[in-house]
Design a protein around this ligand. Structure first.
Ligand code: C2E
Ligand code: MG
Ligand code: MG
Length: 469
């Protein structure tokens, strides 16, 4: 099973992204309200400051929506810390009646910095936390203000302390909730899972994918967990736990590495060298900013032909907008890696995604294949799905093919490739290699010309393999 993966500290769930987005929107809305209020009061400097804050929060929100979470955090945290300190010293000095309030936001920023650090270890995020806490203590304990301060009148601040006090406390509560949900120590199965990857208990199984002529084109890599006590655990039993615990980037990273190692191992083998390998990538893993870089690094490290690697995505990768997803797929496709949309037809918006995502293949979900011959509607549905894929110029793969009747029907519909128990169950690497060799031999024996051709260049291929080994 090879080397252990690098410890992966990137934790970025949809919940976390949602929390950052909400914080940006709240900041934008409250500072917009203040900006309008101060415009009416004709207090230009503070109205300008609040307008600046609207632009800042809006920019951060746009960056997060575009999938640039890291950039959004760096830019917004840095400017917000400076802004909160400046605001507290310039517009919000305490008076005999009304205390200062702006510094409460520095606690929120300290928490944001700490969240950012937990998500991905970073000196910058720790510095944001430290500076925010220091400034909070200073502004809370002293009455200092700039000599040129333009204090907001007390009658306005009397309302402001309640609004800002409630808002900052609500943000703190939200932050604590996210902190607890995202980064509490994984328990039970989740803890075992994290150790499982480190202990090398994960294994890839391979399920053959065949073309219309019955030739094996490649395989889909499917993860299995060999639990020391429970025995083999199926992905459907542990992937949801791994997703909830934010472990999919770690597990998926291992899958990509292992897939590339397998392709490298196959390279030069007369039977296996021309095969493709499809890997499943979960939404959490795909959203990690380094995803493209880590895939390309694994491909390069193992000297793999990128066109042999296929990435299977499901619709869940599209969290908010399609644009960042399309950009990532485009980058990897430019390097030669191919993309398939898995479980096609099971989501809510497959059709619109199909039109816009730069894909190579669709995989018809096995629930449609299972029902394809049971009812007229089932038959019509599969025909329509296949035609849709063909019309869009995509390779159409049918998964979950279990019977010769299903195969014949799907073949008549025009499906290009097939996968299912009829052609082989998912199997360990050794069994898969033996299966491919047997299938090659069987095909060669039924076609003597092919056998002759295969044997003719065997010494040459064998020499190549010995060389590359
Ligand atoms: P999937 O990607 O749609 O994979 C196909 C699933 O259908 C596999 O289940 C396979 O064993 C099963 N299957 C294939 N042919 C047949 C058939 O003829 N009949 C029936 N009844 N089932 C068939 P498996 O291996 O249990 O995987 C389940 C799901 O777990 C996968 O669905 C995929 O979404 C996920 N998964 C597996 N490995 C990985 C992985 O490495 N990373 C991620 N993110 N997800 C994975
Ligand atoms: Mg799949
Ligand atoms: Mg599938």
């Amino acid at each position: 099973m090879g080397r252990r993966p690098e410890a992966h500290t990137d934790r970025q769930s949809q919940r976390l992204i949602f929390a950052y987005e909400t914080a940006a929107l709240l900041t934008m809305a409250s500072s917009l309200a203040w900006a309008i209020y101060f415009l009416f009061m004709e207090r230009w400097p503070i109205a300008t400051a609040n307008t600046l804050l609207v632009a800042l929060a809006g920019g951060a929100w746009l960056l997060i929506r575009a999938g640039r979470l890291n950039t959004a955090l760096i830019v917004s945290e840095l400017s917000l810390v400076i802004f909160a300190i400046f605001y507290g010293l310039m517009f919000d000095p305490p008076s005999a009646e009304i205390p200062r309030i702006t510094h409460l936001y520095l606690l929120v920023l300290a928490m944001l910095g700490y969240l950012g650090h937990l998500r991905r270890r970073s000196v910058f995020q720790l510095a944001v936390t430290a500076v925010s806490l220091t400034a909070f203590v200073f502004l809370a304990c002293s009455t200092y203000a700039f000599p040129f301060a333009q204090a907001i009148p007390d009658e306005i601040r009397a309302t402001g302390i309640w609004v800002n006090g409630i808002l900052a406390t609500a943000m703190m509560c939200g932050g604590i909730y996210v902190l607890q949900r995202e980064f509490s120590r994984p328990k039970g199965l989740a803890l075992e899972l994290r150790n499982a990857v480190r202990n090398g208990e994960m294994e890839l199984y391979f399920q053959p994918q065949i073309d219309r002529a019955g030739t094996i084109l490649g395989a889909e890599a499917l993860i299995r967990w060999q639990h020391p006590k429970r025995g083999q655990v199926a992905p459907n039993d542990f992937i949801p736990v791994a997703e909830a615990a934010g472990l999919m980037p770690l597990i998926g990273g291992w899958v990509i590495e292992e897939a590339c190692r397998t392709l490298a191992h196959w390279r030069g083998d007369p039977a296996l060298g021309g095969l493709t390998l499809a890997v499943n990538v979960s939404a959490d893993q795909f959203q990690v900013e380094e995803f493209e870089r880590s895939v390309l690094a694994a491909v390069r490290l193992h000297g793999v032909d990128p066109s042999r690697l296929k990435i299977e995505l499901t619709e869940s990768v599209v969290v908010h907008s399609l644009a960042p997803v399309i950009a990532k797929i485009d980058n990897l496709r430019a390097a030669g890696i191919r993309f398939a949309l898995d479980d096609f037809g099971t989501g809510y918006s497959s059709l619109s995604y199909l039109r816009q995502l730069p894909l190579d293949q669709i995989k018809i979900d096995r629930s449609f294949v299972r029902d394809s011959l049971d009812s007229e509607r089932g038959t019509a549905l599969v025909k329509s799905i296949v035609h849709l894929g063909l019309d869009l110029g995509l390779v159409v793969v049918a998964e979950g093919v279990e019977t010769p009747a299903q195969h014949a029907f799907l073949s008549d519909c025009g499906c290009h490739e097939f996968q299912g128990y009829l052609f082989g169950r998912p199997m360990p690497a050794g069994a898969f290699a033996a299966h491919v060799r047997e299938a090659m031999l069987a095909a060669a024996l039924t076609a003597p010309d092919l056998l002759r051709a295969t044997l003719a260049d065997w010494p040459e291929r064998y020499a190549q393999r010995a060389e590359s080994a």
